[in-house]
Write a protein that binds this ligand. Structure first.
Ligand code: ADP
Ligand code: ADP
Length: 232
């Protein structure tokens, strides 16, 4: 699904040059659920933003879903992003003065989906995350866990091939974090590839594979799936 070879990202200002990623090699297979861990400043968000075609990079090759996306124009990059990628964030990033239905509608409007199909997709996505009865609620009327579910519905409504999550449970208590993780596992089991940045060791341990980043370089930590260890 995602193949990065020797990806480099340098942020330059007048005074400093920051090497956020240094020759990052990383592959994620279709259908995988990968957790990315590592200390603050190690390049996790930069990696996720490049993977999600939000940011360009300064060296290396990136193949997304079989297509070399290394040298795309900004317009081509955002087009592809709308087609293939769903994002969820620590702070949910819902629009406060739109109800849940309209929040989930935003990316679908960008994609030029017809009004009838949008309505079907929105209702389906919100039902999938257990918010079918909350479509007229505003984000401020919901708990943090519910807001993240709505953000997940918004990401899913576009049927993305790849779901990228940046600390999706960082603002949630343990119970809510677990229930969001269960939802992500459920989504993954239906075929969506997921890459999740997390500081939570319990959640990282539940992913099929961990990638640990230090100073802009990734190391693979392969975890046997609990399905195969026989000690369930
Ligand atoms: P993490 O998500 O692991 O905390 P980041 O990817 O956010 O790490 O940052 C990696 C490095 O790149 C850090 O040193 C950070 O300060 C730097 N960095 C990130 N974004 C920018 C930016 N827009 N401009 C300059 N430096 C940046
Ligand atoms: P969950 O664990 O499902 O995320 P909570 O137990 O936190 O939900 O919340 C229970 C109910 O209280 C929810 O149905 C939600 O609508 C309501 N609620 C929670 N937080 C708030 C809030 N800050 N403002 C308004 N309603 C809230």
């Amino acid at each position: 699904m995602l193949q990065m070879n020797q990806i480099a990202k340098v942020y330059r200002t007048e005074l400093v040059e920051t090497h956020a990623l240094r020759a990052l090699d990383l592959q994620v297979a279709e259908g995988e659920f990968v957790a990315v861990t590592g200390p603050s400043g190690s390049g996790k968000t930069t990696f996720l933003n490049i993977a999600g075609l939000l940011e360009s990079f300064t060296g290396g090759t990136y193949i997304l879903d079989g297509e070399n996306v290394s040298n795309l124009s900004d317009a081509a990059r955002s087009h592809l992003r709308n087609q293939k990628i769903g994002f969820i964030f620590q702070g949910f990033n819902l629009i406060p003065d739109l109800n849940l239905f309209d929040n989930v509608d935003v990316p679908l409007r960008y994609r030029g989906v017809s009004a009838k199909e949008r309505k079907e997709r929105i209702e389906h996505a919100l039902s999938e995350v257990g918010l079918g009865s909350r479509m007229k609620h505003y984000p401020g009327e919901l708990s943090g866990g519910q807001q993240q579910r709505a953000a997940i519905a918004r990401a899913l409504a576009g049927s993305p091939r790849l779901l990228l999550a940046d600390e999706p449970t960082g603002n949630l208590d343990t119970q809510m974090a677990r229930s969001i993780m269960e939802l992500l596992e459920d989504i993954n089991s239906k075929g969506t590839t997921i890459v999740m940045v997390t500081h939570d060791p319990e959640l990282a341990a539940r992913a099929q594979r961990n990638v640990h980043m230090v100073d802009g370089v990734a190391t693979d930590i392969v975890r046997p799936s609990p399905l195969f260890t026989g000690n369930q």
